[in-house]
Write a protein that binds this ligand. Structure first.
Ligand code: GLU
Length: 462
């Protein structure tokens, strides 16, 4: 990589794809609380004080720091690190660099990490971080200085047994290497490798980490299809698939779907989408994108907007970009049979309600994209002993983890369907407690129960 400025495109979309109904509240904290409340209604004996505790982050760190830019000017940046919960272990979660990062968004994503780790039974709590910056307009040198200064400002907020960052939107292996290096310089004399995951292989990273989220999404999808809830669609082979986003997650998932015999009919990036009814070859798309910095315009494809792409008729729709893409304004037009959430928070609560009414299943983010943090956990374990496991071992472990998580969610869903778990109770109407609950709610119920049970087993201190 050179040190010169990246091309400034100024675009971070897919921006919200159609006008979102005014009445829809998109505050990320509100949405995370609503999702929590929807699940909490099904949990018997959930202590009120625990609900209040779990709705708030345990700790929020906000830092402001100056960085010298390449032209000699100085710019001040704001960064966040939030730990939501630590009952199962140290905080875990990515750090994102994006001009629209807010404290509220980071808080809601830290909560999501708590539920994600609990759902796949990984001994971490939920955390998240972010720096408000425009990485597309910053040179590599500027990004390095932002990362080092942010890490030094966090100092002991992170640590191998306290809180362990990882890549997220617009952060990479290189970002993680800089965080490790800075932390290691500030804390000499220790094995500091486990302070961060998603590192380069040469620096203690794990085989399979880069592809883990995308591959995990595909394992989750194939296991879900095998449950036969979607008539005539018991496997990936032959499925028509649409993927919004062709970054680290979407492109890996596209290749894994393609290898299994699916027809990936459309993909997109921030500039727009491409469509080919007989299916795209993801390697060809990747090569085109590497050369043109976008998928748009690839020969032999039709161009379409991100909004049009989401409304295509297909078996599986995978949002793999940013949040709030499927919302009250477009959910009615969705024609997919299954939505597989590779991105975090791509579907709003209003869209969840509409999709439920339409009979479209949504496999939620905390289940589908948990492969990333799963292999982060394997990296962290390897780092404790300075070992490196081979790719086959990681792949097998990841597949089992994802299959088990889908099985857990599915069997809980079945217990509602066969009536082992009650429908509405006296404190909730049937509208407040749809029967059976959607898969997001089921996944949240399992995660919240695990976290609250562990909290009570540990005992409330003192
Ligand atoms: N940023 C990823 C996520 O949202 C991975 C986090 C991690 O590996 O700690 O799940």
């Amino acid at each position: 990589m050179s040190d010169k400025k990246h091309k400034t495109s100024g675009k971070y979309a897919p921006a919200n794809t159609t006008v979102i109904a005014d009445s829809e509240n998109l505050d990320p904290v509100y949405i995370s609380e609503l999702q929590f409340d929807r699940a909490a209604r099904y949990i018997v004996d959930l202590k009120k004080g625990l609900i209040d505790f779990l709705k708030k982050p345990k700790r929020t760190t906000i830092v402001n720091f100056p960085v010298e830019l390449d032209d000699g000017s100085v710019k001040s940046f704001e960064g966040f690190r939030v730990i939501h919960n630590r009952v199962f272990g140290p905080g875990k979660g990515g750090i994102r660099y994006h001009p629209e990062v807010t404290r509220e968004e980071v808080v809601s994503l830290a909560k999501l990490m708590t539920w994600k780790c609990a759902l796949v039974n990984i001994p971490f709590g939920g955390a998240k971080g972010g720096v408000v910056c425009d990485p597309k307009a910053l040179s590599e040198g500027e990004l390095r200085r932002i990362t080092r200064r942010f890490t030094s400002e966090l100092f002991d907020v992170i640590g191998p047994h306290k809180d362990i960052p990882a890549p997220d939107l617009y952060t990479s292996e290189q970002t993680m290497a800089w965080i490790f290096d800075t932390y290691d310089i500030l804390h000499p004399g220790y094995n500091n490798r486990p302070v961060v995951t998603g590192k380069p292989i040469e620096m203690g990273g794990s085989y399979g980490r880069i592809d883990a989220t995308g591959n995990g999404c595909v394992y989750a999808t194939e296991r879900f299809l095998s449950k036969a809830l979607i008539p005539d669609r018991l496997e990936i082979a032959g499925a028509r698939i649409v993927i919004q986003g062709f970054g680290d997650v979407g492109s890996v998932a596209a290749r894994a779907f393609y290898r299994r015999g699916a027809r990936v009919i459309a993909v997109s990036d921030s500039q727009g989408g491409i469509y080919r009814d007989e299916g795209l070859d993801p390697d060809e798309v990747e090569r085109y994108k590497a050369e043109h910095r976008t998928v748009v315009g690839m020969p032999g494809t039709l161009s379409l907007t991100n909004a049009e792409l989401l409304e295509l008729e297909c078996d599986i729709m995978m949002p793999a970009a940013v949040g709030n893409q499927i919302h009250g304004g477009n959910a009615n037009n969705i024609k997919a049979r299954l939505i597989v959430e590779a991105a975090n928070n791509p579907t709003t609560p209003k869209a969840d309600d509409i999709l439920y009414q339409k009979g479209i299943y949504v496999l939620p983010d905390i289940l589908v994209n948990a492969g990333g943090v799963t292999v982060s956990y394997y990296e962290w374990v390897q780092n404790q002993a300075n070992e490196q496991w081979d790719l086959e071992e990681i792949t097998e472990k990841l597949k089992n983890k994802m299959y088990h998580a889908v099985d857990d969610v599915f069997s809980r869903w079945q217990s509602f369907v066969v009536g082992e778990e009650p429908a509405a109770t006296e404190n909730a109407t049937a509208k407040q407690r749809p029967h059976p609950p959607d898969f997001r709610t089921i996944a949240m119920i399992i995660a919240i129960e695990r976290v609250t049970k562990a909290t009570l087993i540990r005992g409330i201190w003192p």
